[in-house]
Design a binder for this molecule. Structure first.
Ligand code: BG6
Length: 256
């Protein structure tokens, strides 16, 4: 802690935690936009925080993205008797396979010598498909596990970056642009006041379910994500623990 105190990181963490009204903020040195290894450090910090709050039985819901993939890369098996079951937070959101929640679940389970379940659902399903999908016993079982998660590990993205990465329709892109969406998490798009302006219709965890989940860990860094983080944090449950980097943190504090 000494080095963190001298470099002022501890006081930055405290200021941000108060500003956002969340449980805790952890800041790693550097800016992940500029230095790729900072993302690994975000992963390491998130993995260690996650392990410190595991209990005997854990159902851990995870989202996709390169940041959560970095968490998977640094996980190691638990020293204690702690059973973990990893589930994807939401149905397949159009990402590269390695950054999909399903693949990350498998990687985390592998690293922690534990179990995982998958949810292969096309992105942006229609109402009819949605209704019949959730009646499938296999899918329904995974959905029940997701709703009873004890922990959620999620990324936050810049709204336009995510909309483009998901190959959203022109119509959706227009909505996201004209509503001035800044941030995205769990397939929900938020404006600077934290209001939901658009949502990707998929099965799995919905924003309102977060209130029932004891531990919520958000992992996002890079100065380019500062506005996105600020927007989502207006909505985030107070139990949220944010793991970020100095690049984002300094912009977040300036924006106050
Ligand atoms: C996606 C999640 O997979 O990753 C999004 O569905 C999240 O909710 C995004 O915003 C973050 O991605 P990255 O690569 O910036 O960590």
């Amino acid at each position: 802690h000494i080095i963190r105190d001298i470099s002022g990181i501890r006081s930055l963490e405290e200021s941000l935690q108060q500003q956002m009204g969340i449980q805790d903020v952890i800041i790693v040195a550097g800016n992940s936009d500029e230095s790729p290894w900072v993302k690994s450090e975000l992963g390491r910090a998130a993995a260690s925080r996650m392990k410190s709050i595991l209990t005997r039985e854990n159902i851990i819901a995870v989202t996709g993205g390169s940041t959560i993939a970095a968490v998977a890369d640094t996980l190691t098996p638990s020293e204690k008797e702690q059973a973990c079951l990893f589930v994807p937070a939401r149905g397949g959101i159009g990402e590269d396979v390695k950054n999909q929640a399903n693949s990350i679940c498998a990687a985390m389970a592998d690293r922690m010598a534990s179990k995982y379940r998958v949810l292969y659902v096309p992105d942006q399903v229609s109402k009819d498909i949605y209704d019949s999908f959730i009646k499938e016993p296999e899918i329904n079982e995974v959905l029940q596990l997701i709703k009873s998660a004890s922990m959620v590990l999620h990324g936050i993205g810049d709204a336009m970056t995510m909309a483009e990465r998901r190959k959203s329709s022109n119509e959706d892109l227009e909505i996201i642009k004209s509503a001035q969406a800044e941030g995205e998490a769990f397939g929900y798009y938020f404006n600077e006041n934290g209001e939901v302006v658009h949502k990707v219709q998929t099965i799995g965890l919905q924003l309102q379910d977060l209130a029932n989940i004891p531990s919520v860990i958000a992992v996002a860094g890079g100065a380019s994500k500062a506005k996105a983080i600020a927007a989502y944090m207006k909505q985030a449950p107070p139990s949220t623990i944010l793991i970020t980097d100095e690049g984002a943190a300094k912009c977040l504090l300036k924006a106050q």
